[in-house]
Each structure stands twice: as C-alpha cells, then as structure tokens.
Design a protein around this ligand. Structure first.
Ligand code: NAD
Length: 390
C-alpha cells in the first residue's frame, strides 16, 4: 500500500531571526512530499505565535512550548496529526525534545550535534532502537550528490586501500567576541550550557568527522587533539587541530576553526588511496576532483549521465541538469527525501529501500558525541594518542 497523502511535519525552533529552521522548512518542501503543519518555533511563546502567523499555519497548531505541541498533536487522529518533528533548536534542547517526541510515538529529524554529551546520546540511541521509530540527524553534507559519488567510488574499491584523509572546516565569523554584541547564533554557540563541551569542534568539527567516515566507511580509532581558545573571555574552543587514525590503518588530519579570518564555510576533504585520490569542496559542491598517479586530474561534474551510471545515490540526489548549480538547500532536501521515504515505509509496514536508508541517523549522532568527548580528553591528556571512546 502506498501512502496517499503528504507527510505532516512539526517543527521545534526556527523562530523569528533563527538560521537553520528556515532552511529545514524550505528544503523539506522541495519534493512536494512534506507539509509543515505545526510548530513550537521559539523559546518565547509569543515569538512562536508570530512565526506561525508569518507561515500562515492554522493558529491552533502553533504552540507556545514543545510539551504543548506533543499534547495538542496527540489529540488529533493519526493522518491528521504530525508524523514527525524537526528539531532545530540550540544543542542543549535536542535531547529532551527528541526524547519527548519519541516517547509520544513521533518520528524525529534532529539537528547536529545530536546531544550535549555521550550519556544523552547513548540514551537516545537506546530509545530509538526500542521505539522502532525513524531518527534522522541533519549532517547535511552527506546529502550532496558528489559526496555520494565519492562514497560509491570508495565502496567499489576504485581508490584502492585508503591511506590518508585530510578534512577541514575553517570559518572566520567568530574571530572577534561577536557573542558579546548579542548576536543570537554566536551567543548560544559560545555558552557551554547550550552548546556542550566543545565550541567549534562540536559545531563544525563534527561535520568534518562525519563526512570522513561517511565517504570512506572507515571509523576513527585513535586521535591526538589540540583545542585552543583564541578570543579573550570565550569559554569554548574556537580552533582545533586533530590527528586521526582509522580502523584500516589509514591516517588523517582534521581541522576546524571559527577564527580563520576570511573563511566562510570552507569544508573540504581529500582522500588518498593506493591507486587514486579524491577532492571535494563544499563551496563548489557540484565538482569532484579525481587524481591519478600518471594521468591528468579529472573534474567530474554533477548532473551528467556518467555520474548517474556510476552512482544511483548521486542520481537520486540530483534534481537539475548539469551546469545549473545545486547546493545547500538541495543537500538538506536529499536527507529529507530519504528520511521521508523511510518514514512512509514505516507507516505502510514496508521495508525501506537501501537508497532510502541513506541518511545520517542516531548511530552517527553517537559517533559525533564520542568524537567530541575523545577530542576533549585528548586535549587534556599528556599522552600522544587517545583511544576513540566507546
Ligand atoms: P538559532 O539561534 O538561529 O535558532 C534557534 C531557534 O531555536 C530560535 O528561534 C530559538 O528561539 C529556538 N529555541 C530555543 N530553545 C527552544 C525551545 N526550547 N523550544 C522552541 N524553540 C526554541 O540557531 P541555529 O543557528 O539555527 O542553530 C540551531 C541548531 O541547528 C543547532 O543545533 C546547530 O548546531 C544546528 N545547525 C546546523 C547546521 C547544519 O548545517 N546542519 C547549520 C546551522 C545550525
């Protein structure tokens, strides 16, 4: 049986002036399969109502708090109530909100990092497994077609055994004490209570960690980290450099920074196998560079038939012909596309296809939290290598 209606989405966070909630709203609607019907959009109930009015939602489905939203939605019949919630609040709220919605029987799409510590992440993982509900984690960089192509090339063994991974995520927007000016995104990100134990390493270092494991299928086993706070008075790292060891013997370097002046979102990855190398840049996401020992470098371009022939996942994640760039919104939409197909399969009692299951989940969220805690432990440690926590 096919589900003959759109999925109904609720949102927590994403109030007036918020960043990522609006990206979720736009991206989730890109494929016409999801309707936003309810929300508790802001920590301030009045602003939540204001957001609901701006979005022209049914007033009684715009709630003051997430608890009221759960209560209100549960009173509605299945099919009318929300099918899932998107959590787009600061990090400290992810765990209590995800837990409450899962316990109430709703599927969850959650922003990263998944929680503010490993303890919460493990509890959430248990809860997801027990509930058999779908849990998506918005590591959006896995949603790019050329990232999926890279992963398929590695999986098919085209690079040979992977030897080296270099991954970076430098930004420059926190090079001064922006948080002291009242800028809302900077304020909570630099507050340990709201952000968790790490600053830039949690905020963007986890994207780099996730991308390296997603493309290569390898797991980090040990690391050596050096976190620094450059801006006076700041309480969380604004720069970090990490050496990595992977479970196949590969070595890596990861750096994440929010004081790299002039950098915007310069996430990039280089992967070198025994036979070939790959290079991908988030700010130029439609291209994948393939490197050979004795031949000129190739530029593979999104949207071409040769990409679809090589990677079904990349083809599924492509909406426009080559030369019409796709980027940030589409990558979010691709995670929503697969998440939504998996939710539909659950609702109709079918098995989701392997392509639909291609979105970051609660296990990836736990890896991210373990990464943060290992990096924090390594920074404090006098030993060179710290084992990746379990
Ligand atoms: P933001 O400060 O712009 O927005 C946060 C919103 O959440 C605000 O509207 C705030 O009022 C609301 N909020 C806070 N507590 C709430 C609660 N208990 N109930 C309801 N609403 C609440 O933050 P942002 O930059 O959009 O980041 C939000 C989350 O998204 C963070 O976890 C961040 O790490 C993540 N993020 C991810 C990406 C990505 O590329 N995947 C990019 C940016 C942010």
């Amino acid at each position: 049986m096919k589900l003959n209606r759109k999925l109904k989405m609720g949102m927590v966070g994403g109030g007036p002036g918020a960043f990522i909630g609006e990206v979720h709203r736009k991206a989730s609607s890109l494929d016409h399969g999801i309707d936003l019907v309810a929300g508790a959009f802001d920590i301030n109930p009045k602003k939540s109502k204001q957001m609901g009015r701006e979005l022209l939602l049914e007033p009684r489905r715009v709630y003051g708090t997430y608890q009221q939203m759960i209560e209100g939605e549960r009173k509605l019949a299945p099919g009318r109530r929300i099918d899932f919630v998107a959590i787009t609040t600061p990090n400290n709220w992810h765990f209590p909100i995800a837990k409450a919605f899962l316990e109430a029987g709703f599927h969850v799409m959650c922003e990263k990092p998944m929680t503010i510590n490993v303890k919460e992440a493990k509890e959430l993982q248990k809860l997801v497994k027990k509930s058999r509900l779908v849990f998506g984690l918005m590591h959006n960089y896995t949603g790019y077609p050329m990232v999926k192509l890279a992963r398929d090339m590695v999986r098919k063994g085209e690079l040979g055994k992977i030897r080296k991974i270099v991954v970076q995520y430098p930004q420059g927007w926190l090079a001064t004490a922006l948080e002291k000016t009242g800028q809302m995104q900077a304020a909570w990100r630099t507050d340990p209570k709201q952000s968790g134990g790490a600053g830039s390493m949690g905020d963007i270092g986890t994207h780099a960690e996730n991308l390296s494991e997603y493309i290569t299928g390898l797991k980090i086993t040990q690391l050596c980290a050096d976190l620094t706070i450059f801006v006076k008075g700041r309480r969380l790292d604004d720069d970090g450099n990490v050496l990595l060891r992977f479970n196949n013997g590969a070595r890596g370097v990861l750096h994440a920074s929010q004081v790299s002046i002039g950098e915007e979102n310069n996430l990039a990855i280089w992967i070198y196998g025994e036979d070939k190398g790959l290079e991908w840049h988030q700010e130029h996401p439609n291209y994948l560079y393939v490197k050979f020992p004795n031949a000129p470098e190739q530029v593979w371009k999104r949207g071409n038939p040769y990409i679809a022939a090589k990677s079904a996942a990349a083809a599924r994640a492509t909406r426009l012909p080559s030369g019409h760039p796709e980027a940030f919104f589409e990558a979010f939409a691709n995670n929503y596309l697969n998440f939504a197909d998996t939710v539909r399969a659950k609702i109709t009692g079918k098995k989701p296809s392997p392509l639909a299951l291609d979105f970051p989940n609660v296990d990836d969220g736990l890896r991210g939290m373990l990464f943060i805690e290992t990096v924090l432990a390594s920074t404090k440690s006098k030993q060179k290598w710290t084992k990746f926590k379990k």
